[in-house]
Design a protein around this ligand. Sequence first.
Ligand code: HEC
Length: 103
Amino acid sequence: MKKFFLLFAAVLLAHTAANAQTETPDPLQVRSWAAGCANCHGTNGRAEPGNESLAGANKDDMVKKMLDFKAGRKPATIMHQLSKGYSDAQIIAIAGYFAAQKK
Ligand code: HEC
């Protein structure tokens, strides 16, 4: 299942990247996407107690959760709406950003 998912994510990413003519999104661009999560998940993903921290979390895990929110497979109060505002490639890039932050 995990293997299948990774393959799926890689294919999606390759596909979108090919369409956009860019291999990797600009890190500054990714940071500004991730800043949109800071209100709730804290600056650089280090959340106040009571909210989920994203800093240092597992990238594949975050991508899976975001794609599950987006597809309505994972129940949510707000993330199912928010996740729809990002392409799959953006989600992969944002998850990579948070995974690289110190906890
Ligand atoms: C308005 C507040 C808000 C914003 C903005 C927000 N989130 Fe969330 N996030 C939540 C809440 C609340 C949950 C718990 C699930 C739910 O109820 O929707 C959550 C859950 C999550 C989870 C699952 C955490 C876990 O381990 O279960 C991930 C991953 C996540 N958010 C990523 C993001 C990313 C990436 C962004 C920016 C693109 C973002 N969130 C922006 C409020 C927010």
